[in-house]
Design a protein around this ligand. Sequence first.
Ligand code: SF4
Length: 360
Amino acid sequence: MTPAADATISIRKSLLRWYRFNQRALPWRDNASPYGIWVSEVMLQQTQVKTVIPYYLKFMETYPDIHDLAGADLEPILKSWEGLGYYARARNLHKAAGIVVREMEGKVPKDFNQFLSLPGVGDYIASAVQSIAFGRAHAVVDGNVKRVLARLFCLETPVNQGNAHKTFKAVATNLLETRKPGSFNQALMELGALVCTPRSPDCTTCPLAGDCMSFDRGQTDEFPFRIKKKKVPVHHIAVGIVRKNGRVLITRRKLDGLLGGLWEFPGGKVENGEPPDQACVRELREETGIKVEPQAFLTRINHAYTHFKIEMDVFYCNYISGQVTLNGPIDHKWVKIKKLHQYPFPRANLKFMPLIVDEN
Ligand code: SF4
């Protein structure tokens, strides 16, 4: 439903006034450069503000300028992203920085479509950076915005449906205060984060309550609509910590795909009916070419990714024989346990790393 013109004006005014007095002090709101705003928006995708803050501060200290990022190696960048997840974001940001420095005189492009053409830049990032950094009138649509709009206008399009972005983008564009698009976009996201929260929206303090259709109808609990998701599959994984001469074996994942470029302990999927320790021996042989023998069970780790979960059994293994010949990973290293922290690892590996001890 399209809001009436007077409701639109009232929502814009109330929201911007509320934002002026209620916005959180965040490091990327403090005179950040277009590059800093870009970094913050990349980190904020799929990740909560309080998680992002320390990562952002450290990242900007290490790579204060786009030239610093473009000139850096990928591995330390992944290390600084370690634990934040969705590592393709870091790889794409690095690639995009290189393009900006080589082909765009090191300046974040002010042209929406040129910016959109960079690796990892989709409609959300482009709209957020262009509106906040350059005052361009592009509406942002993220999870918070969709929820607020669905409740404000009783929109029945499920927020997780394929074409939801298009529908909500049209509504957000219609509502956008084009004279202050950066503040307006941030205000809408901030309202979703602080007031119009997923559960129990605080309608009594909401600046938009007077214009909110779901509040007026007593239906705030019913919005936003969602399509029920299928249950995510659970994969059983076996992983080996192969110890040899005071070092352990780690391998590096291919640069593209899930967790691309990160280091990990080798292993793989347990087949149906296969004992996990035997799966570990088989996977080690297939992936690295070496023969190992399980020595002791270390721990089981549960970890959730976006589309699946894993149960990971971790074994200490004795190295028996063979030279490392990689099938899948792109690199390997025998590393002292006290040096493991120098490499970027996926969060599932970080969960058991503090438990690893040297051989007696
Ligand atoms: Fe959300 Fe309630 Fe405000 Fe409506 S009145 S926008 S449901 S917090």
